[in-house]
Design a protein around this ligand. Structure first.
Ligand code: ACO
Length: 428
């Protein structure tokens, strides 16, 4: 067996399988011929050991707490870059020149308006609908409005759809919020930055001038940057799987939004803040730590633990310092931040969390910032979806551009009844 082969003995046969290497990260065993040669599948519920694609976008080393976009560490991007620049980087592979960045930002800005008929679409929802329910519906509905860019085999169509999705998400998200509070929709203002525009559409009202607070704009932009992409997580894999059938990009992103909504994924920031509110004061923390450790109690520390990070999530570090910046800019304090810091300290010194390598993830502190900025908890996952849209479209584009791309079709270990004859109703 050569160095770049793995061998497996199964069903009485020994077969060699190629081992492929990426630029960094674990090698992968190419098992594509396994079924043909052994008649067996691999079994990997939750895909904990399965690479589903090649990707040059994002790299994570969960043990070391490393997150790179196109090679650039997230800490550097969060500190020096902007969400528009990171979007360009994810979509195009390289950081933009000044001209490329202004052209890209202008293109995105010019696509921020929604088809006017979509405003009517919102009115079909109940006022108390969860904004994520509205997001799933409205983003899916975009495919009914933008027919001219849904030929996925045409790179120009893919590019236009990608730009439309990135540009329209803030408008869609802000309108979902406005609808829930009964205020008029605020149209985009192309003088503002991507993030400033979103803040105005969310918190502005037609009756008054809205002034974007630069520190809040910067913090929000950084939060978007921190959420821009995260490799083959559940929602991204959902987008890829949906897209693998040739579905249009608006439908695929709507599928990603649906997956992101779950409390084990994007819904965790909402759940983390609700948990902190429930805990309230630091003296109650130990009780909740004990509950999280109790096998018979389904309670988990929300915002803690991660499928990939078995170390501090590098995004949580940036998020923690951003809390302080936002508090200073808005001159606010939130006792829940003290509770969160103390909870982190107690959990990290507890052997249960140390042994299971459970650390704060990106969601642990984000809710505190978003709440200080004025977002209700129901909007938290919406903001995540807005930012992650760039990662989803970049991953979707990468997949469609791959000449070896196939429809995704996992196998199963069947545990149901074996073949049996139908019993007529009268005999049952
Ligand atoms: N609190 C208490 N115990 C936990 C936690 C937690 N937050 N997370 C994991 N554990 C324990 C599990 O009970 C399990 O214990 P066991 O081995 O004794 O059975 C062990 O740690 C491993 O947990 P798994 O659920 O198997 O780990 P997995 O990788 O499948 O799950 C997940 C990762 C879903 C994120 C999990 O840590 C979790 O539920 N965390 C809380 C929700 C959360 O914050 N999600 C956000 C993720 S980040 C994102 O989506 C942006």
């Amino acid at each position: 067996m050569s160095d770049n082969q793995a061998s497996l003995t199964a069903g009485g046969n020994t077969i060699d399988m190629p081992v492929k290497s990426g630029t960094i990260g674990p090698d992968v065993i190419d098992i594509r011929k396994l079924y043909g040669q052994t008649g067996m599948f691999t079994y990997d519920p939750g895909f904990t050991s399965t690479a589903s694609c090649d990707s040059a976008l994002t790299y994570i080393d969960g043990d070391e707490g490393v997150l790179l976009h196109r090679g650039y560490p997230i800490g550097q991007l969060a500190e020096h870059s902007s969400f528009m620049e990171v979007s360009y980087l994810l979509l195009n592979g390289e950081l933009p020149s000044q001209k490329e960045l202004s052209d890209f930002s202008r293109t995105i800005t010019r696509h921020t308006m929604l088809h006017e008929q979509l405003a009517t679409f919102y009115r079909g929802f109940r006022r108390d609908a969860h904004p994520m329910a509205i997001m799933c519906g409205v983003v899916g509905a975009l495919s009914a409005f933008y027919h001219d860019s849904t030929d996925i085999s045409d790179p120009q169509h893919r590019k236009i759809s990608s730009h439309r999705l990135i540009a329209k998400m803030p408008t869609i998200a802000a309108m979902a919020y406005k609808y829930s509070v009964g205020q008029p929709f605020v149209y985009p203002d192309n003088k503002l930055s991507y993030t400033g525009n979103f803040l105005k559409m969310t918190f502005g009202v037609p009756a008054e001038e809205y002034e974007v607070v630069p520190a809040v704009e910067k913090a929000m932009d950084r939060i978007f940057t921190l959420h821009a992409d995260h490799e083959q997580n559940a929602s991204t894999s959902t987008v890829r799987l949906a897209g693998s059938s040739g579905a249009n990009p608006f439908a695929c992103i709507a599928a990603g939004i649906a997956c992101l909504w779950g409390p084990a994924h994007g819904g965790a920031n909402e759940a983390a803040l609700n948990m902190l509110k429930e805990i309230g004061t630091p003296d109650k923390i130990q009780h909740y730590i004990d509950r999280a450790k109790d096998k018979n109690d389904p309670f988990r520390l929300m915002g803690f633990g991660h499928r990939v990070y078995k170390n501090y999530d590098p995004r949580a570090t940036v998020m923690q310092s951003t809390v302080r910046e936002v508090f200073a800019a808005l001159n606010v304090q939130d006792p829940l931040f003290e509770t969160a810091l103390r909870l982190e300290e107690i959990a990290l010194s507890d052997p249960y969390f140390a042994e299971k390598k459970l650390f704060p993830n990106v969601d642990f502190y984000s809710g505190i910032i978003l709440s200080a900025i004025g977002f209700p908890t129901t909007m938290f996952t919406v903001l995540f979806a807005l930012a992650r849209t760039v990662g989803w479209v970049a991953q979707w584009n990468e997949m469609i551009s791959d000449p070896g791309q196939k429809i995704g079709r996992p196998r199963q270990l069947y545990t149901g009844p074996t073949a049996r004859d139908y019993v007529p109703l009268s005999e049952r």
